[in-house]
Write a protein that binds this ligand. Structure first.
Ligand code: PLP
Ligand code: COI
Length: 365
C-alpha cells in the first residue's frame, strides 16, 4: 500500500542544549525519558489519513468520553534505532513492524496505516531527534508507534476517528540486571490469550490483562510470567513482552526450538530474525508446540540445555529458573548459555553495525 500523505515538519523553536540532552540521556533505563518531538497523523472515516505532522513533544487533551478510555481500541509497536560507529543511524526491519501494525489494526477493527507512511513517520522522528540516538553499547533509541480511537461517545462500535503517533525514548537495558538470567513463573491461574482472541495482536488490552499475573509472579519471587495455552494450561506460549527459545543439546549439534505461532502468541520480529540467524550458523531450528512436561523432563535429563527470551526491548535474556504451583527447577547451570550468548551477539552485531547485514534488515535513516 502506498500513500501520498506527507509529513509537515514543525520542529520546536527552542531545542535543548547538548548539555541538557546529555543529562537526560544518562542512565536512561527503559521508557522513562522522551525526546523533543513526536509525529501525529489523523484518520477519519470520511477523509482517510490526513494532517501528518512532526511537532514538539506535548501532552494531549482527551475528552472523558474518548472511546479508547472505555473500550480500548488501541494498538502499538516497538522498534529501535541504533547508532553505528561512523555516526549513521539505522532502524531494524521497520517494514515488519509496519505489517504487524496493520495486522493488529485489522484485529481491532481499526484502519490500516500504509506501510510506507508508518516507516516515513518513524524516519521523520528519528531524523529530527537523531542527537537522541545513544552511541553507547547496549543503548538505542526505542521507538513507539501507536494508534488509538479518538471519537467521543459510549456506543460500543469501531471509532470513526483515530490518531496515530510516534514517540521516542533513549533506552538502556530493559531488565536492570542486563544479561543476568531471569526467573519465571508459569501462570496457570491466568491466561494471556485464547484461540480466537487478540493474542497475535499488539493491542493495549493484552498488556493490561497481563499485569495481575506479572504481580503474581513477583509475589512468587519471580521476575517474569510465562504464559501457557488457554485450553490445557500445558503448552508454552511466551513470556511477558518476549518470545521464548529452547536449546536442545549443545555445541554445533544443538537444536533450537521455539513455540509455533498458534494465533495466541505475538509473532515477534526478534523471534523471526533468530530463526534465520540460528540457521545461518548451522543450527537445526524448529517451530513446534512445547509443553511444560517437555521442558521439565528435558531439564531433568539435561537435553534442554538453555532457554532464553527475546524481543525488541529486552533483546535476548536468559531464563535461569522456573517455578509453578507444583514444581520448580533451574535451567542448565542457571547462567547464560553459550548458544544464547552467541545468538545475542550475532543479532546485536548486525543491529549495531559490527557485522555485515547479509539479510538486508537495516534501514538507513
Ligand atoms: N511477545 C510480546 C507479548 C511482546 O510484547 C513482544 C514485544 O514486542 C514480543 C513478544 C517480541 O516481539 P518483537 O521481537 O517483535 O519485539
Ligand atoms: C517491545 O519489545 O517492543 C515491547 O513492546 C515489549 C514491552 C515493552 C511491551
Amino acid at each position: 500500500m502506498t500513500t501520498s500523505v506527507t509529513i509537515d515538519l514543525k520542529p520546536t523553536a527552542h531545542p535543548l542544549s547538548d548539555a541538557e540532552r546529555a543529562a537526560r540521556m544518562t542512565n536512561p533505563g527503559f521508557g522513562r525519558v522522551f525526546t523533543e518531538h513526536m509525529v501525529t497523523i489523523r484518520w477519519s472515516a470520511g477523509r482517510g489519513w490526513y494532517d501528518a505532522q512532526l511537532t514538539p513533544y506535548a501532552s494531549l487533551e482527551i475528552d472523558p468520553a474518548n472511546m479508547t478510555l472505555h473500550y480500548a481500541q488501541s494498538i502499538f509497536e516497538g522498534l529501535k534505532a541504533y547508532r553505528h560507529a561512523d555516526g549513521s543511524v539505522v532502524t531494524f526491519r521497520p517494514y515488519e513492524n509496519a505489517r504487524r501494525f496493520q495486522a493488529s489494526a485489522r484485529r481491532l477493527a481499526m484502519p490500516e496505516l500504509p506501510e510506507d507512511l508508518f516507516v516515513a513517520a518513524v524516519d521523520a522522528l528519528v531524523k529530527q531527534d537523531h542527537a537522541w540516538v545513544p552511541g553507547e553499547e547496549e543503548q538505542s533509541l526505542y521507538l513507539r508507534p501507536f494508534m488509538f480511537a479518538t471519537e467521543v461517545g459510549l456506543g460500543v462500535r469501531p471509532s470513526n476517528e483515530f490518531l496515530f503517533m510516534v514517540i521516542a525514548s533513549p533506552a538502556g537495558a530493559y531488565f536492570a540486571g542486563g544479561v543476568k538470567p531471569v526467573s519465571v513463573w508459569l501462570s496457570k491461574e491466568y491466561v494471556r490469550a485464547a484461540p480466537g482472541g487478540t493474542g497475535a495482536a499488539k493491542c493495549a488490552g493484552n498488556y493490561a490483562a497481563s499485569l495481575v499475573a506479572q504481580a503474581q509472579a513477583a509475589e512468587q519471587g519471580c521476575d517474569q510470567v510465562v504464559w501457557l495455552d488457554a485450553n490445557e494450561r500445558r503448552w508454552i506460549e511466551e513470556m511477558g513482552g518476549m518470545n521464548l527459545y529452547f536449546v536442545q543439546g549443545s555445541g554445533k549439534d544443538a537444536r533450537i526450538l521455539t513455540p509455533s505461532l498458534t494465533g495466541s502468541l505475538l509473532p515477534g520480529i526478534t523471534r523471526d530474525s533468530l530463526l534465520r540467524l540460528a540457521a545461518d550458523r548451522g543450527y537445526a531450528t524448529e517451530e513446534r508446540k512445547i509443553s511444560v512436561e517437555d521442558w521439565q523432563a528435558g531439564n531433568a535429563d539435561g537435553s534442554i540445555s538453555e532457554v532464553f527470551a527475546c524481543g525488541t526491548a529486552a533483546v535476548i535474556t536468559p531464563v535461569g529458573s522456573v517455578k509453578s504451583t507444583d514444581a520448580s527447577w533451574q535451567v542448565g547451570d542457571g547462567g547464560a548459555g553459550p548458544v544464547t550468548l552467541e545468538l545475542r551477539k550475532a543479532l546485536l552485531d548486525i543491529q549495531t553495525g559490527g557485522a555485515a547485514d547479509t539479510h538486508g534488515w537495516l534501514h538507513k535513516i
